[in-house]
Every structure is written in C-alpha cells, then in structure tokens.
Write a protein that binds this ligand. Structure first.
Ligand SMILES: N[C@@H](CCC(=O)N[C@@H](CS)C(=O)NCC(=O)O)C(=O)O
Length: 216
C-alpha cells in the first residue's frame, strides 16, 4: 500500500487524492503538520512540498507525476491519461492550464492573506482577480461540449481542475455570465472522488485565511 504525504485541506493533495480514489488505489495517510510526517517529508523532498507518494517502486513528487504513476498502477479503472498521444497532450495541456493559470494565481491571494494584516499589500489583489477573469473567460469559451475538461472521460485535467476551481471560486467567484464554467465546477464537486477529498478538508475550513464561504 503506498504511503501518501499530504494534508486534507491542501489543493495539490486533493488533486492526487482524487486520482487515487478514481483508480481505487488504497494508501496510508501521513498528514503533514508538525512532527514525524513533516520530518519524513523533508527527508524525501527538502522543499517539503506535498503531496509525495512512496511505494515499493520509488518516490513520486509533484501531483501530476504522482497521477501519471497512479494511472499505470491500476490500468483497469479507466485511464486518467489517454493512450492516444494527441489526446494525452491535450490532457497534459489542460492540467498545466489549471495548475499554472488557476491554482497558482488563486494562491497569490491566499498567500497575501497569510501575511500579518499590517504586512499585506492589497494593491496586489486586483491584478490577480483580473488574471482569474481572463482564464475564467478562456475556460468558459474553450471547455468542450462534454462533461469533463477534455471530453467524455474524467482525466488528469479534471483532477487538477477540481481543487483549482474550488478554491479560485472562493477567492474570486466565477461570474454568472460564464455558465459553462460554473456548471463544470458544479459537476466536479458532485463527482464522488472530488466530494470525498472536499469532505476530508471540512474540519480545516476555519483555517482558510480569507474566511471560508458558507457553501460547497
Ligand atoms: N507543483 C507542486 C505544488 C505542491 C505545493 O505547492 N503544495 C503545497 C500544498 S497545496 C505545499 O506543499 N505547501 C507547503 C509549503 O509550501 O511549505 C505539485 O503539483 O505537487
């Protein structure tokens, strides 16, 4: 059984957890807070970023790499990365879109609010909201006429989309004028693997630095 280092309220942990749940791969949780799990994580990956997955074949760092590995562990459960090379490129592209242009952008606002109030620079917030508006608009225009980010199958791209759109909508709500993107977020949250990850994080919501909204 793989060892999973992560945190139940962490967006990138959710991304990997969703893949593990989708593939039916059981794992042993090591919740990274203080103490032995953090010490082990630092020994595995000095940057101490999570998730990290360890099994008898090796140590896997970076959520997308973990998902590529997990996808091969249980090929019978539907593929998170398509076998077709061109389709796989589109899935990896959308995974990058959600990580780099939604998750990382949303995180800038969270990071600002993690500072003590007197050290916050609120002039940094409007450009981040503008960047989210741009990617929200692009997603609304470019998501396919299908349930998931790259078509009928739930993939790596959806594993990335779920936590990034979950938290981005808390930081800067998706406007009503983008119904396709709003509906996609709602479908993601209704997916059992995503709901399971979201539920695991509920006890930690009071820690959300902007204040968690009373929804989702
Ligand atoms: N690119 C990494 C990002 C990992 C990451 O930033 N994880 C956050 C939690 S969501 C973290 O480790 N935060 C703790 C820290 O930065 O010390 C991935 O995809 O796994």
């Amino acid at each position: 059984m793989p060892d999973f280092y992560g945190h139940p309220f962490s967006s990138y942990s959710w991304k990997a957890q969703i893949a593990l749940y989708e593939k039916g791969v059981d794992f042993t949780w090591h919740v990274v807070e203080q103490g032995p799990a953090l010490d082990t994580l630092k020994a595995l990956w000095p940057l101490a970023k999570f998730p990290v997955l360890v099994d008898e074949t090796g140590t896997y760092i970076e959520s997308s790499i973990i998902i590529e590995h997990v996808d091969r562990l249980a090929p019978g459960h539907g593929r998170l990365i398509p076998a077709d090379a061109k389709a796989a490129l589109q899935v990896r592209f959308m995974d990058r879109v959600f990580d780099n242009h939604v998750m990382a952008v949303m995180q800038q606002v969270v990071n600002e609010f993690l500072r003590p109030p007197e050290q916050r620079d609120m002039t940094r917030i409007p450009p981040v909201h503008a960047a989210l508006d741009t990617i929200y608009g692009w997603l609304d225009a470019n998501l396919p006429d299908a349930d998931w980010a790259c078509g009928a199958d739930f993939t790596l791209a959806d594993c990335a989309a779920a936590p990034s759109l979950f938290y981005a909508d808390w930081v800067h709500p998706i406007p009503d004028r983008l119904p396709r993107l709003k509906a996609y977020r709602a479908r993601l949250l209704a997916r059992p693997s995503v709901a399971r990850a979201v539920d695991g994080g509920r006890p930690y919501r009071p820690y959300f630095p902007l204040g968690a909204p009373d929804r989702d």
